[in-house]
Design a protein around this ligand. Structure first.
Ligand code: CMP
Length: 483
């Protein structure tokens, strides 16, 4: 409603101006002959001089009327026909060109009519000097003008898009394209005008308004923090932040293994790119809180001091925890506390990222593994495609087949999530067999079952035959040199 007042005033002013000009023209034409006679009587022999005196105001009044007519015509065509009827907003440049062309034609017609003795065609075609002067004077203006036309024809961006333009990398929202320049409003609320001819020569980066534009936000964490955990925590913290598009899940990835930090980038997509400064800030804030809640730490240079102390790298987990975990493994349940602690000291901990391969089918293997944290998938390759055989989690073991039989690995084992495993080697197992002969028997039973499952191609463990298990037991004993 606020726009109605000024609009009405403009219309009233326009009508008033038209009436004044029309009235002036009417009186002028009415008294023209009298004026001529009067001037002729006063000027005497200087023939035709009075004509020039009369013609100049006449030309001005007619031109003014033509100008007002063109304005009215442009409003009717662009505001009523295009905008209201067809819903199409004509660019300012098109409107200006239209007004300029129509007015120039009308002006030439009026001029020709009033100054019948002047041959305009001859004037334009023969006056080379005139052409050169005009050309030189309007060099820049014409350059801008034609660049503006080509920008409109090309439509590389529209009002409301964010663009980065020029050598100074002016960044802002496009407010308009005139016959002279592109007008952008920067994020400091300044208006920058980049001339069309300059813009036409430079690369313009366009972030269209109706497009999902992405941003990168960088941060760094300590080397001791788990990458898989960081990815999860940061992604979840950012995905529902204001103005972060829910259509594409943000991507969190390691950008670099830096000198004092793991350098990360988060790529997210914005609903409204023009607000990227606020959204970047919000994303950083969310990351801070998320890291704080999850016990993850931003890296800063104090880390260097820790490195210089040359602290021996901590084992993945303490011995007691490992012994606890081993006691939960069914085949080790008969072991005494001391034996478990001894075995715990003999294990080596490893951490694997989601998707990493722990064991490759066909490889040689002289150790087995107990899942300490996380989950792994056992899979075999059939017709070139992986077929899952089993999922093993905390307290399960794998890799025993190659360790106890000396044969190559029977399957691939991959980490499903971040997984910590405890590796037990040949020597440690040999010691255990010597003090726990029953151990070989329960292991041979597990191996027989798993072999049968591999052969049957099913994820359920089928019953292994007693004969097969007995055969395995004797080959395990032989392989480990047991009686
Ligand atoms: P190994 O052959 O040394 O290496 C691959 C491991 O996958 C194998 O030992 C077993 O520990 C494990 N494996 C093979 N088949 C199965 C199964 N059916 N269920 C569970 N684990 C299996």
């Amino acid at each position: 409603m606020a726009a109605v007042g000024p609009k009405r005033n403009r219309i009233l002013a326009f009508i008033f101006a038209t009436l004044v000009v029309a009235l002036a023209l009417y009186f002028f034409l009415y008294f023209e002959q009298d004026l001529r006679n009067y001037l002729a009587s006063r000027m005497g022999p200087r023939a035709r001089a009075e004509d020039s005196l009369i013609n100049i105001p006449k030309l001005i009044l007619f031109s003014l009327l033509a100008f007002l007519g063109v304005r009215a015509l442009s409003t009717i065509i662009f505001d009523f026909v295009f905008r209201l009827r067809r819903g199409y907003e004509a660019p300012t440049l098109v409107r200006n060109i239209f007004s300029l062309v129509v007015f120039s034609i009308l002006f030439l017609l009026i001029f020709n009519r009033i100054y019948t003795e002047v041959n305009l065609g001859a004037l334009f075609t023969t006056s080379a000097i005139f052409g050169v002067i005009i050309g030189l004077a309007l060099q820049d203006t014409l350059g801008n003008f034609f660049s503006g036309i080509s920008l409109h024809a090309d439509r590389p961006f529209q009002v409301g898009d964010v663009i980065v333009v020029g050598q100074q990398k002016h960044t802002g929202v496009v407010e308009g394209i005139t016959w002279r320049a592109i007008k952008i409003r920067t994020f400091q609320n300044h208006v920058v005008l980049v001339s069309n001819s300059n813009a036409a020569k430079e690369a313009i980066e366009v972030c269209p308004r109706d497009n999902l534009n992405a941003r990168l936000v960088l941060f760094g964490t300590l080397y001791t923090d788990s990458p898989a955990k960081t990815i999860h925590v940061v992604r979840e913290a950012v995905r529902d932040a204001d103005n972060v598009s829910p259509k594409i899940t943000p991507i969190v990835r390691i950008r670099n293994l830096g000198e004092s930090s793991i350098d990360w980038e988060i790529k997210y997509w914005l609903e409204d790119y023009a607000k990227y400064n606020d959204t970047d800030a919000l994303v950083r804030q969310r990351i801070w809180y998320a890291l704080r809640r999850s016990g993850l730490t931003f890296a800063y240079p104090t880390r260097t001091v820790q490195l210089e102390r040359k602290v021996a790298p901590k084992p993945v987990t303490a011995d007691e925890q490992i012994a606890d975990r081993l006691s939960a493994v069914d085949i080790f349940s008969p072991l005494s506390t001391e034996e478990l602690q001894k075995l715990a000291r003999a294990t080596v901990g490893h951490v694997f990222a989601p998707g990493e391969t722990l064991i490759r089918a066909g490889d040689e293997g002289s150790s087995m593994f107990v899942v300490h944290n996380g989950r792994v998938q056992v899979q075999v390759t059939e017709n070139g495609r992986p077929r899952p055989v089993a999922v093993l989690s905390e307290g399960d073991f794998f890799g025993e087949m190659a360790l106890f039989t000396g044969e190559p690995r029977t399957a691939n084992v991959l980490a499903i999530e971040e997984t910590e495993v405890l590796e037990i080697g040949h020597v440690a197992m040999k010691h255990l067999f010597e003090t726990n002969p029953d151990l070989a028997e329960s292991i041979s039973w597990t191996i027989a079952e798993r072999r049968a499952s591999l052969a049957a191609g099913s994820q359920q463990l089928p019953q292994a035959s007693i004969e097969e298990s007995a055969g395995l037991l004797s080959s395990i004993k032989r392989f480990f040199g047991l009686r």
